[in-house]
Design a protein around this ligand. Sequence first.
Ligand code: KIV
Ligand code: ZN
Length: 538
Amino acid sequence: MNTQASDRIIIFDTTLRDGEQSPGATLNVEEKLTIARQLARLGVDVIEAGFPFASPGDFEAVTKIAQQVGTPDGPTICGLARATKQDIEAAAKALAPAAKPRIHTFIATSDIHLEYKLKKTRQEVLQIAPEMVAYAKSFVDDVEFSPEDAGRSDPEFLYQVLEAAIAAGATTVNIPDTVGYTTPAEFGALIKGIKDNVPNIDRAIISVHGHNDLGLAVANFLEAIKNGARQLECTINGIGERAGNAALEELVMALHVRRQYFNPFLGRPPESEAPLTRIDTRQIYKTSRLVSNLTGMLVQPNKAIVGANAFAHESGIHQDGVLKHKLTYEIMDAQSIGLNDNQIVLGKHSGRNAFRTRLKELGFELSEQELNRAFLRFKEMADKKKEITDRDLEAIVNDETQQAPELFKLEHVQVSCGDHARPTATVIIRTPNGEELMDAAIGTGPVDAVYKAINRVVNVPNQLIEYSVQSVTAGIDALGEVTIRLKHNDRIFSGHAANTDIIVASAMAYMSALNRLSASLQSGKVLHPQHDAAQPVG
Ligand code: KIV
Ligand code: ZN
């Protein structure tokens, strides 16, 4: 794979780094690996796997992704590092097993960041940036440099820093709109200015990175492409810091659906059919669901491309038009993002082989142990639900691959409720030291009663800030998926579970969030790449 190609767009996915900076989106190592494998199937060129210096967990995740996903025919694996020796050394070490490692180092260039965050002069930044690029280059050939807050930096200073970084060996220069401040015309002009004013720019790929504070990140990137950007840094479902990052699925589908419009900007004839990215668009929907389930970040129903309503036609006029000719109201086919017609594939009598084969067809590669667990869940479900669809299978597998640490284990949950009863729940929970504890509580409703009973056993103070239940498929026997978010000392933890019984799913989702919370209380602080003070250089 050639990530240096200039006649197509390089997709750099930062779901596991910037996406994971979303409040509550914290993923553990196994979950990051699961997402990384799916990103490789999706066909991204570069996976930014994490910030290795931030915590032992991040270091381990980057190492494992480098080992298991960063194979010679797999994507480039990238690690983030502030412009300091310690960060760069940690990134180099974590990335060592990757066939194609990339170090991404950054330092802010806007006056506001220099004065208040870094407390450094422009001269100092102009010296540190190339020094640290050269240091990164002593470990790997592929070095990306980002001038943080480029969108609010003085362009003349930005040109100088970029020139110095490229001269020191940066092969990609990434232009971040860190605070989502620029508008499309401004961002396009910024990229053009860089192309016109950085003398050695032809020696590097221009990349863009942007946040969605004003909802403009995708529009900004499309203008950037027209002005010479060839790498897009984006996340699945647009998750990320604050309002999130530019959404991968929106960028890819805009380039796919409007290929004729974008072709000339890449020097191709308008009618060229060659894809503009390497993405297998049919993997988009599945990737979106996986990331949403594992991070607990729900996708809004009207979200472009992957929202539940994105392909639904509600008004009579639209339905009539679509029935007469699809193209009257549809600019893309639901199947192009992998949304199939929800076929009934398996049932009660389906055996292990049929189950394994269908999962394989859906792109899931499970270990023997995972397959056994998933098959048990499938059999349990098939007893309750006659028709098991692909969406159900995805929910089972996503649930089984969600690896919240199981410190506390729910052994039993039972509720009694009704219009004349006081909702009462009884739970039995196995504690980390193997004890089985039983407790009961009364609540305003059955879920409240269950959560109160669980709290009496687990006893970790928290505030439930979001509870959502969605059905996986249509029908009265559908699987219910519960996603919750809870808060403890200003940190957010999410949990997710699916079951035909929504009370059981609610209890399991709550346990999963509580287990994440408890595990984090046992582990150390995680550094934030942008907010935590920079380490001294040297
Ligand atoms: O938003 C930002 O500026 C970043 C950089 C580290 C690229 O995430
Ligand atoms: Zn960012």
